[in-house]
Write a protein that binds this ligand. Structure first.
Ligand SMILES: NC(=O)c1ccc[n+]([C@@H]2O[C@H](COP(=O)([O-])OP(=O)(O)OC[C@H]3O[C@@H](n4cnc5c(N)ncnc54)[C@H](O)[C@@H]3O)[C@@H](O)[C@H]2O)c1
Ligand SMILES: O=C(O)C(=O)C[C@]1(C(=O)O)C=C[C@H](O)C=C1
Length: 278
């Protein structure tokens, strides 16, 4: 399958997607769209796309247009695509799905594939784009029954050819799972980073931080632009998950305070079992 592919937003996800479709010879041509001159220069220096174009040209030339920008920006850009051709597939890679799908204008709903690749890093921008980000990873596709077959088939082919496993799911269900396995961990990592920086001076952090703290705080480096939008769009689920997490913090605090070490050990043993399945 050879497609003209347009990518809007050539940061970690979009830039890595460009690399993947080139590697597997899926694209005849890869077109990119970026807003500012600094980003355009970076994209050109990194040779991420064949050509940088405007949205109008992308709509004329592309079979598949991929939105790899923060989730609120995806929603605000949707009206731009009201006049795409029937055979053009448009797809987003956003980390939330319910709000985005609800915001798709009915006229282009059949064209719009709501995708969430369950892969990434804490880095952002064109320089963060890497080879093999998608290979062997899972992509969640939501509410596919609202899409026309030609667009579903095209999305399946592209993701399969870049080596991904596909899971289909309802958007509301997706947002709950993504909350517990991605959004809550980010809220915890940001909280941990701020807690430690509020107590420890930079010199001590540099001298003493070891693997455990580095592992737990890696994702606290993630882009505030991207994550503010995600927390906003998945607010309801995130609030519920924070309540459950706080219950565990209260529980561990209580077991330590009352010196109930046998319960503490059982609680830890239960947590150990996570890695029997992961
Ligand atoms: N980072 C991850 O681990 C990860 C994983 C899965 C999904 N996602 C989702 O993928 C999307 C992109 O995330 P990313 O990590 O690639 O972010 P990123 O910051 O690395 O890249 C986004 C790029 O889009 C540009 N951009 C923003 N608004 C734009 C607009 N209106 N028009 C054109 N360009 C615009 C930014 O300048 C930036 O270069 C987000 O929706 C995010 O939720 C991210
Ligand atoms: O590995 C990382 O650094 C990530 O943050 C990737 C990660 C996550 O695992 O939470 C981040 C956002 C997603 O939408 C999907 C994946």
């Amino acid at each position: 399958m050879k497609l003209n592919i347009g990518i809007i937003g050539l940061g970690l996800m979009g830039g890595s997607f460009a690399k993947a479709v080139k590697k597997y010879s899926i694209a005849t041509e890869v077109y990119g769209y970026a807003r500012n001159e600094k980003t355009k220069k970076e994209i050109e220096e990194l040779n991420l796309v064949d050509q940088l174009v405007d949205i109008k040209t992308m709509k004329e030339k592309c079979d598949l247009i991929v939105l790899a920008i923060p989730v609120d920006n995806i929603i605000s850009m949707l009206p731009e695509f009201l006049d795409i051709k029937d055979k053009t597939t448009i797809m987003d890679l956003g980390s939330t799905k319910e709000f985005i799908i609800k915001s798709v204008p009915p006229k282009i709903r059949k064209n719009f594939i709501a995708a969430h690749p369950m892969t990434g890093t804490e880095k952002s921008g064109p320089k963060a784009a890497i080879d093999n980000l998608y290979e062997g990873k899972t992509v969640v596709l939501c509410n596919l029954e609202e899409n026309e077959n030609q667009h579903v088939n095209r999305a399946f082919k592209v993701f399969q050819e870049i080596g991904m496993r596909i899971v289909a799911m309802d958007a509301d269900e997706h947002d709950i799972h993504a909350c517990y396995m991605s959004h809550l961990p980010h809220a915890i990592s940001y909280s941990l980073a701020n807690t430690v920086m509020g107590h420890e001076d930079p010199k001590s952090i540099i001298a003493l931080a070891a693997g455990g703290f580095k592992d737990m705080s890696r994702i606290a480096k993630s882009s505030p632009d991207m994550w503010t939008d995600i927390f906003k769009q998945n607010r309801k689920n995130l609030l519920a998950s924070i309540d459950l997490f706080e219950n565990h913090m209260k529980k561990v605090r209580e077991m330590i305070e009352t010196e109930d070490y046998s319960s503490l050990k059982e609680w830890m043993k239960k947590a150990n079992t996570l890695h029997e399945i992961l």
